[in-house]
Design a binder for this molecule. Structure first.
Ligand code: ATP
Length: 362
């Protein structure tokens, strides 16, 4: 998303955070954040029709020339309960206070809307030049451990590295994790990070022990390159193929569909022949199939996805009725009998299938 033009001559309106970082990096931004030094709800409604406002956070969404733009008031926060959402202590604080509550120096840059001047209270420009992620204070990961996953996301997305002291703070935190944290936010960051489909992200996640934020017991990197696997067999919920591998997922809140994907992959036992493979995987989410492959038996998965998944029997219940067989649970047995034959010889025709159905004996 490009920087949106706003007609403002004050020295109180600033693009802030990711958008400034992205502009300096010369990459497209995912969203536009604008901060007003003062009360944004009062000041920014003049830019267009107000779509929504949240007085508790001092934020307002305004329709600016057909685009929904979020304006925030500068605000100060404290982490009363470490690992949980901070409490807003002041709306309309100084710009400096507002930027110093942020996660990394490269995300603490502001740019004046009226003059384009960059305001850099934390040394973000220098770190951006050197591709370094540096926290703003030593308690940063204790206040909000999701920042460790955010750092991983930025490391992979932009090729950044952790600055040395920040790396040590991460190590310290991972050696003393406080599991009473907001896992809703952890999940959001995991989704954004692993939907990038990056083997490197997963290697860092495992080798640096970041996974312990979710699943405390030791976990080893699977031998399979998951990035390549997903490139060959695309899935919708990429992140689940990575995160679903962790032994302990009890802290994350999954939707019903997500939980089913993981449970399906974990409950399938050994698959000894084509028929068992087909019956186990037919109708299953692709994510479950890949997870099973990584966890148990990739040979079965490749056999299914490359070959067996394309095989379908042609006869239907209607055909069986026409043969004079009354509808009953027997139908399923007949379909399985025909399927077994077709898996052995995919070339058999519809007429062959009818013949097989006729010959079927229970
Ligand atoms: P993206 O391109 O992924 O949207 P972003 O930096 O804009 O990157 P957002 O999650 O949209 O990320 O956050 C906007 C800004 O809010 C960040 O640039 C940062 O300044 C601040 N921020 C976001 N999450 C945190 C956090 N957990 N702790 C402190 N500051 C944060």
């Amino acid at each position: 998303m490009d920087i949106i033009r706003i007609n403002d001559n004050s020295d109180k309106l600033y693009y802030i955070g990711g958008i400034v970082r992205d502009k300096l990096l010369g990459v497209q931004s995912l969203d536009v954040d604008i901060t007003y030094v003062g009360n944004a709800i009062e000041y920014c409604s003049k830019f267009g029709e107000v779509i929504q406002e949240n007085p508790d956070f001092g934020t307002v969404r305004v329709n600016v020339g057909g685009r929904a733009v979020d304006f925030a008031s500068t605000r100060a926060e404290v982490y009363e309960k470490k690992g949980h959402l901070p409490v807003v202590t002041k709306i309309g604080c100084s710009l400096k206070e507002d930027v110093l509550r942020r996660d990394f120096t490269v995300n603490a840059l502001a740019m004046s809307v009226s003059t384009g001047e960059i305001v850099d209270y934390a040394g973000g420009r220098e770190d951006l030049k050197n591709k370094l992620l540096r926290v703003l204070h030593d308690e940063s990961f204790i206040d909000d451990p999701t920042r460790i996953i955010r750092a991983l996301k930025f490391r992979v997305r932009f090729g950044f590295e952790l600055e040395e002291h920040t790396r040590r703070l991460q190590e310290d935190y991972l050696a003393h994790i406080n599991y009473d944290m907001s896992y809703k936010r952890v999940k959001k960051e995991l989704i954004e990070t692993f939907n990038l489909n990056s083997q490197r992200a997963f290697e860092i996640f495992v080798n640096e022990g970041i996974y312990k934020l979710v699943s405390p017991e030791n976990f080893e990197l699977p031998k399979i390159n998951i990035e390549e696997l997903i490139k060959k067999y695309p899935v919708q919920n990429i992140w689940l193929v990575y995160i679903g591998l962790l032994p302990d997922l009890s802290r994350l809140e999954f939707t019903k569909e997500e939980r089913k994907i993981i449970e399906d992959a974990r409950t399938i036992g050994d698959l000894k022949n084509d028929f068992e493979i087909y019956k186990a995987f037919d109708g299953l989410a692709s994510e479950s199939i890949l997870l099973y492959g990584i966890l148990k038996d990739m040979r079965a998965v490749v056999r299914y996805l490359d070959t067996l998944a394309n095989i379908k029997i042609s006869i239907t219940g209607e055909d069986l009725k026409r043969l004079g067989i009354a509808p009953s649970p027997e139908y399923q047995k007949i379909f399985d009998f025909v399927l077994k034959a077709k898996l052995e010889n995919p070339k058999i025709t519809f007429e062959d299938e009818i013949q097989l159905a006729k010959n079927f004996k229970n």
